[in-house]
Design a protein around this ligand. Structure first.
Ligand code: AHR
Length: 507
């Protein structure tokens, strides 16, 4: 077994973590809203029809901001359909997901749900089939305190106070051929710039996210970011990144290298963004909003998707209900480590998505809710992460990846706060266990006291494909990593092959 040595030195700081890195994403898609978070007939439903069992799990997950209402859905959405008396709201066809949208849940209901789960709204505007005026109308409705026709309407609909939405997305994946209103970088960049300028005239306090590429493998990746930013550099705060990973061709070892792709993705976007800054001779740093990331068996979905006839537009069909296993959760934990390693530039991120749809939380209509395997790395990282991210470079064994060459088996990051530190570490090797030894002298010096292990969590199973299901909802969980000890000022921990570990150190 390889033993890798490193030290935890708070001076190796990456950044003060923006808690928005622990965001989520809720789209009107499949059973995410209807028969997911909202199920009026369910035994646990509250007076508004929201499932309280789901609310409790979302709270436990620990999501900071939640991006809404899409996704591909937003590019055909009329936000006005979702306000006013529910019985007068129109039913619409959702072209993105070939479904019927009842509009029973709209802005007011969703904000009310967010108040219950304790998360903040991140709102996307439709720049697919709509434009600047509709975005301004929504911003005025949501954020203005001055008395106007729009704000009177908001008050009449039960919300006299502004919603005060801070972060706004200027459309969704506008580089994608599948996107309603898809356009080229120049056309989108000009529209996004015009819209952003108008939105800032209305509310200068907002933060704006412009669409980056919908994936690193897009043919326009890089060129898209550059051209869009040439038009919008002065207008926006963030550029978005989206990435989904899956095991392909049964090659688990290659899948375990997925975080290397995310790392390269982030570094390429940062380089492109800063190139535009250099050309513009600007000091401004446009930050990254990694506002869609997850494991998604996208190719399975493309191959197996139910094809509905021209007159079949179901309400809340079962779509994208991926079942996650242990291997997925280990890769997922590694993606979170990678986001933290880049928290100097990734200042916002959204796990896509939250309930039923490629989600850490599953529900059955009239039945239970349960945690998927990916729930654990997210909830534990979100809860244990301290104020600042700190580098934890580890020279471990390696394995060969067809895409990336020699890849380190162990990947880790630490966080430090006033009371202690946390370590998040993954072993990507399919075969070999790894022992990691971390010198804590500099941490002890900085904190002014010794630390002890107060929590440790290990996600690992001999069956890489074990999952939590309706029939067996608690098959997979985390256990304490009992190998973790502190001896002579060093934290030593053993990582089984394909495993994720989190350790919390306190005085
Ligand atoms: O998260 C599922 C879909 O993936 C989103 O609607 C879209 O933005 C992306 O392609």
């Amino acid at each position: 077994m390889n033993t890798a040595r490193t030290r935890l030195d708070p001076r190796d700081e990456i950044a003060v973590i923006d808690r928005r890195i622990f965001g989520g994403f809720v789209e009107h898609l499949g059973r995410h809203i209807y028969d997911g978070i909202f199920e009026p007939g369910h035994p646990s439903a509250d007076a508004e029809g929201f499932r309280t069992d789901v609310i409790e799990l979302v709270k436990e997950l620990g999501v900071s901001t939640i991006r809404y209402p899409g996704g591909n859905f937003v590019s055909g959405y009329r936000w006005e359909d979702g306000i006013g008396p529910v019985d007068r709201r129109p039913r619409r066809l959702d072209l993105a997901w070939h479904a019927t949208e009842t509009n029973e849940v709209g802005l007011h209901e969703f904000q009310s749900w967010l108040d219950k789960v304790g998360s903040e709204l991140m709102l996307a505007v439709n720049l697919g089939t709509r434009g600047t005026q509709e975005a301004l109308d929504l911003l005025e409705y949501a954020n203005t305190s001055v008395k106007t026709a729009r704000t009177d309407e908001r008050a009449a609909n039960g919300h006299p106070e502004p919603f005060g939405v801070k972060v706004w997305c200027l459309g969704n994946e506008m580089d994608g051929w599948w996107q309603l209103g898809h356009r080229n970088a120049a056309d989108y960049g000009k529209l996004a710039s015009r819209t952003a300028k108008g939105m800032r005239q209305l509310d200068p306090s907002i933060e704006l996210v412009v669409c980056g590429s919908s994936g690193r493998s897009m043919p326009t990746f890089g060129a898209w970011e550059r051209e869009v930013l040439e038009h919008t550099f002065d207008d926006v705060d963030f550029i978005s990144c989206h990435a989904y990973y899956q095991e392909r061709d049964g090659d688990a070892q290659e899948f375990l290298a997925s975080a290397v792709d995310m790392q390269k993705f982030i570094e390429s976007v940062v380089a492109t963004v800063d190139h535009v800054a250099a050309v513009k001779k600007g000091d401004k740093r446009v930050q990254l909003s990694f506002d869609e990331w997850n494991i998604w068996y996208l190719t399975d979905w493309e191959e197996q998707a139910v094809r509905y006839g021209p007159d079949e537009w179901p309400i809340a069909p079962r779509q994208l209900e991926d079942q996650y296993h242990v291997l997925d959760a280990v890769v997922f934990g590694d993606l979170l480590i990678t986001l933290l390693q880049h928290s100097d530039r990734v200042r916002s991120a959204s796990l896509a998505q939250l309930v039923n749809v490629i989600a850490p939380i599953m529900t059955e209509p009239g039945g239970p809710t349960w945690r998927q395997t990916t729930f654990f790395p997210f909830s534990i990282t979100s809860r244990l992460a301290g104020e600042r991210a700190v580098r934890l470079p580890i020279e471990s064994g390696t394995f060969h990846s067809a895409r990336f060459g020699e890849v380190a088996s162990v990947n880790a990051v630490a966080t430090v706060g006033s009371e202690g530190a946390s370590v998040f570490v993954v072993n990507r090797s399919l075969k070999d266990a790894e022992t990691v030894e971390i010198d804590l002298a500099r941490l002890t010096e900085a904190l002014g006291h010794d630390v002890r292990i107060v929590e440790s969590h290990l996600l690992h199973d001999d069956d890489l494909y074990a999952a939590n299901t309706l029939a067996d909802q608690t098959r997979v969980g985390t256990v304490a990593n009992d190998s973790a000890v502190i001896e002579l000022g060093r934290l030593r921990v053993t990582l089984p092959p394909v495993s994720w570990t989190a350790i919390s150190l306190r005085a």
